[in-house]
Design a binder for this molecule. Structure first.
Ligand SMILES: [Zn+2]
Length: 427
């Protein structure tokens, strides 16, 4: 296989030729639902032309070779070419990994019990508050580079291990630096309402005080520095109630942010209903979603972002009801939930495997959930997630010949190379 070296500045035209299959996901630039999820649009004998940062044509190879005689050729050598994966849910900025908790869980402590002992999110909060911006940036950059090596070209990154004005702003500045310095596209989300910090949780009135601090101080500071595109709240029994979540997200919407919710992760808590009511861009997790919650998501067109790796890692047998969500007309996305406590994986193709084997999606459904609908969960579906004219030139080349191999070779890293905005992202 020969790779031209000089195309990496992204300024000239590139022509991707000799792919076994080109999966385009071409179609409407919005979230896909129902039968629209069944066809990832697999094409044979076509090439992809890129000019600068955008795809300009997907057409018969001989035709494009005549149309772009000056373009530099990228020889795909009989491999699979697809849009880059969109990981729309991660908590990639953290310090110490929490491998000790996995064993505690195996020996009988559950997630909420570990949290009550001061472990879980609180352990990551104590740890992050001690670390500076440079150190957190370096740690996250290394971890996101690993994520990129699995085919991801767009990633959402949340704050939420600071839980104070100072440390949440520091986390969001780290995410802004990652967005500037990494080749992949990085979308920032403010998750100041990830937990109630211990200094507020453990005294009377502290909880209400923290919600007021979120709304009246932290959020205005985040908005003033334009540090986040989305606001997210962990709406779950034992964390934020639907009323508290409504208050925080309502204020965030007023401040111009788009909305996400961690909803119904472990049990039905009214999170999906609230996401629908607020017109949230996505509701994430949903293993415990109610029928009313599913109906609310369908009505609002809110993307249901499913995170099957989390349930696998936590040792749960329950998974989100993906088929019922699809049948109800809810747009379904898949993501890694990469985080130090409950889903320490950067292997997005493994999430495709779980999407097929655990959630009972077809390979095409899982793939659209990881591209077009992942982009929709980030309000980017009109420019990311497809190989079609006008879309960002975000591509992944795989050591495979057929789309169905991506979920099939489970745990393997088949990604050979990626491009974001027409420039090399991973090789
Ligand atoms: Zn999460």
């Amino acid at each position: 296989m020969s790779w031209p070296e000089s195309e990496t500045d992204g300024s000239g035209a590139l022509l991707f030729v000799n792919a076994a299959q080109v999966v385009t996901c071409a179609g409407p630039g919005r979230a896909r639902t129902g039968a629209e999820l069944r066809d990832a649009v697999v094409r044979n004998g076509v090439a992809v032309a890129v000019q600068g940062e955008a795809v300009v044509a997907v057409d018969a190879q001989d035709l494009l070779e005549r149309r772009f005689p000056e373009a530099e050729r990228v020889d795909c050598d009989g491999r699979l070419l697809t849009p880059g994966l969109v990981d729309s849910h991660t908590h990639a900025v953290f310090g110490r990994p929490r491998w000790d908790e996995q064993e505690q869980r195996a020996l009988g402590a559950d997630y909420m019990e570990i949290a009550r002992r001061g472990g879980g999110i609180h352990a990551s909060v104590r740890d992050l508050r001690e670390r500076g911006e440079d150190e957190l940036t370096a740690l996250a950059a290394a971890r996101l580079s690993r994520l990129a090596s699995y085919g991801v070209t767009t990633v959402e990154v949340k704050s939420g291990y600071g839980l104070s004005i100072d440390s949440e702003l520091r986390t969001l500045r780290v995410i802004a630096r990652l967005a500037r310095e990494l080749p992949m596209r990085v979308v920032p989300t403010w998750l100041g309402a990830h937990e109630i910090p211990l200094e507020h949780r453990e005294r009377a009135g502290g909880r209400e005080e923290y919600v007021e601090l979120l709304v009246n101080e932290m959020l205005p500071a985040v908005a003033a520095e334009r540090l986040a595109r989305f606001a997210d709240v962990f709406c779950e029994r034992g964390v934020y109630t639907p009323e508290e979540s409504r208050r925080v997200l309502g204020a965030a919407r007023e401040a111009g942010l788009l909305l996400k919710l961690h909803a119904d992760e472990l049990s039905p808590s009214g999170g999906a209903e609230l996401a629908g009511e607020l017109g949230a861009t996505s509701a994430d997790h949903l293993a415990g979603v109610s029928d009313a919650g599913i109906a609310a998501l369908a009505r609002a067109g809110t993307v249901a972002t499913l995170l099957p790796g989390t349930m696998l890692f936590l040792g749960k047998t329950a998974q989100a009801p993906a088929r019922r969500l699809v049948d109800a007309g809810v747009p379904v996305a898949l993501a890694t939930d990469f985080n130090p406590g409950t889903s320490p994986t950067v292997n997005f193709p493994l999430i495709l495997t779980l999407g097929v084997s655990q959630l009972r999606l077809s390979a095409a459904e899982a793939f659209i959930a990881a591209t077009v609908n992942g982009a929709a969960a980030l309000a980017l579906a009109d420019r990311v997630g497809q190989l079609a004219p006008g879309y960002s030139a975000d591509l992944a080349l795989w050591d495979a010949e057929d789309l169905r191999e991506l979920p099939y070779w489970y745990g393997d890293r088949r990604c050979l190379r990626t491009w974001t905005r027409g420039k090399t992202c991973y090789r």
